[in-house]
Design a protein around this ligand. Structure first.
Ligand code: ZN
Ligand code: ZN
Length: 168
């Protein structure tokens, strides 16, 4: 009987402890009711980061970014070379087709983005889309005709969107 009462009391004290306003995990002096929705750690407004899925602590946000940033340095080189060479060739061929460029540019950019993704083993990098688009634009400098520029405008925005969709 005594045992029963004691264990009940222990549970109650434990519950009280849990429900007291906790301090921030980084600033123990600051009481906060805000919690990280991933690790459930108490966080003060300064440590809370708003993400598309709710408030998270700085540590959890960094961990998530590390998962989404798996590209190694040569992935950037591969993406740059593929984008420069393929887009340069495609652009040079397509200016001969005139207005067909408008229909073909998104397809070509889609193919280039798919080749890049496969070549780098579908790893993800924060700056991969910028590098690929940058080198696509660089190749376009050799092809500054009217249709060349139109091709470049359509292809670069498509490539950017396609590569971003696998980034964060
Ligand atoms: Zn967290
Ligand atoms: Zn804090």
């Amino acid at each position: 009987m005594t045992d029963y009462v004691d264990s009940n009391l222990a549970v109650d004290i434990d519950q009280i402890g849990k429900h007291a306003t906790p301090g921030c995990i980084n600033h123990p002096g600051r009481e906060t009711t805000l919690r990280c929705n991933r690790c459930d750690g108490p966080i003060c407004p300064d440590c809370a980061r708003k993400t598309p899925v709710g408030y998270r602590c700085v540590g959890c946000v960094r961990q998530q970014q590390a998962i989404f940033d798996t590209a190694v340095w040569h992935d950037y080189v591969v993406a740059a070379v593929i984008s420069f060479v393929l887009s340069g060739l495609a652009g040079a061929l397509m200016v001969r087709l005139g207005w067909f460029v408008i229909f073909l540019a998104p397809t070509v950019a889609g193919i280039i983005s798919e080749i890049i993704k496969r070549a780098i083993g579908r790893r993800r990098g924060k700056y991969l889309s910028y590098v690929a688009v940058g080198f696509m634009l660089l190749a376009g400098l050799f092809n500054l005709t009217m249709w060349g520029i139109i091709y470049l405008a359509i292809a670069s925005t498509t490539l950017y969107a396609r590569l971003r969709s696998v980034s964060i």
